[in-house]
Design a protein around this ligand. Structure first.
Ligand code: SF4
Length: 330
């Protein structure tokens, strides 16, 4: 079966342009993300994310670091957006997410961003991935409006911190094929303390609920064994249970579905301000990671991947065989 990205029929129907207009209107008094700053980004007024009108692209490349079911043999064509609407003290990309004076020099035209997508497609990647796209959604869709009639024909991955506006996500229905949110916290105090955002729990859950409404619980694979459509929730395990892993997994199982695909990550290490932040200034312990793996079993998750504790390589594409030994050891 040949997979057709959902934006192809949307573009042909004219609906895509209607969505683009609605998204661009949000820039005039910015409500592109839940911060609702109200600044005029068309006039380059900066606010929380330090981002003006044109998109900031820090880099773009054929990337092999995503989950194997996304990267396949030819990788994801990632486009890394500069700046961010969060301020995570442990951000592993802080050089591009929290460095707006430098990033301002990486502004590109919509035309150039469209060329990047087509260039990556020419390299044979399986999908185009937008990394930290939240604050640049209208700009991404504007660039897509140039790339699609020129032949862009790959699934789009929305790789986000989940602090997304539901109104914006609704306008992305039928444009984005694969949602890849990172569900960071289930405690608003931790969200504020470590990422400087209010109400992370409710906002991220509402966003992921909307993503789930659009693409459902079951991931669709292509003939090449690579994901073409669906929702994959990432969960980075933090030291001292700052990610509230049990609350997070319980919510997914109870409010969404335990058939939802998860990606459990062990790769946390203290960097940026976390090096001197109490409770975050060490890596996770194996016992902390094992506890989360047992929770996968407790809540009946079977779809997804988990990183090896030490190497951070991904295990095989379902949890079952990895979880069973922990049952024995308990
Ligand atoms: S996208 Fe940026 S300017 Fe717009 S509401 Fe969010 S943080 Fe504020």
């Amino acid at each position: 079966m040949t997979f057709t990205p959902s934006y192809i029929p949307l573009f042909a129907s004219g609906e895509f342009h209607q969505r683009l207009q609605e998204l661009e209107a949000m820039l005039e008094s910015c409500r592109v993300c839940p911060h609702d700053c109200g600044n005029n980004r068309v006039n380059n007024e900066l606010a929380r994310c330090y981002s003006g009108y044109l998109p900031v692209v820090s880099s773009y490349c054929q990337h092999f670091g995503e989950e194997p079911a996304l990267g396949g043999s030819r990788g994801v064509g990632n486009i890394f957006l500069g700046n961010c609407n969060l301020r995570c003290v442990y951000c592993q990309n802080f050089q591009i997410s929290q460095n707006w004076k430098i990033e301002r020099m990486n502004e590109v035209s919509f035309e150039r961003m469209a060329e990047m997508m087509l260039e990556l497609q020419g390299k044979g990647v399986h999908a185009i991935g937008f990394v930290s796209p939240t604050h640049f959604v209208p700009q991404i869709v504007r660039a897509l409006s140039i790339a699609i009639p020129r032949g862009l024909n790959l699934p789009l991955i929305y790789n986000t911190n989940a602090y997304d506006s539901v109104d914006v996500l609704r306008l992305l229905e039928g444009i984005i094929d694969i949602y890849l949110p990172d569900l960071k916290y289930s405690d608003d105090d931790f969200g504020y303390k470590y990422s400087k955002v209010k109400m992370y729990t409710g906002i991220s859950r509402a966003a992921i609920r909307e993503m789930h409404r659009q693409v459902g619980s079951d991931v669709v694979y292509g003939d090449d064994g690579v994901v073409k459509r669906g929702l994959i929730i990432r969960h980075l395990v933090l030291p001292n249970d700052l990610a509230s892993s049990e609350d997070t997994l319980h919510w997914i199982a109870k409010e969404l579905d335990n058939r939802v695909t998860l990606s459990v990550m062990s790769q946390y290490y203290p960097t940026h301000k976390a090096v001197t932040t109490e409770l975050l200034d060490r890596g996770i312990r194996e016992s902390e990671y094992d506890k989360v793996l047992r929770l996968l079993e407790k809540y009946g998750f079977e779809n997804g991947w988990m990183q090896d504790f030490e190497s951070h390589d991904y295990y095989r594409p379902d949890f079952k065989d990895r979880i069973e030994p922990f049952k024995v050891e308990v």
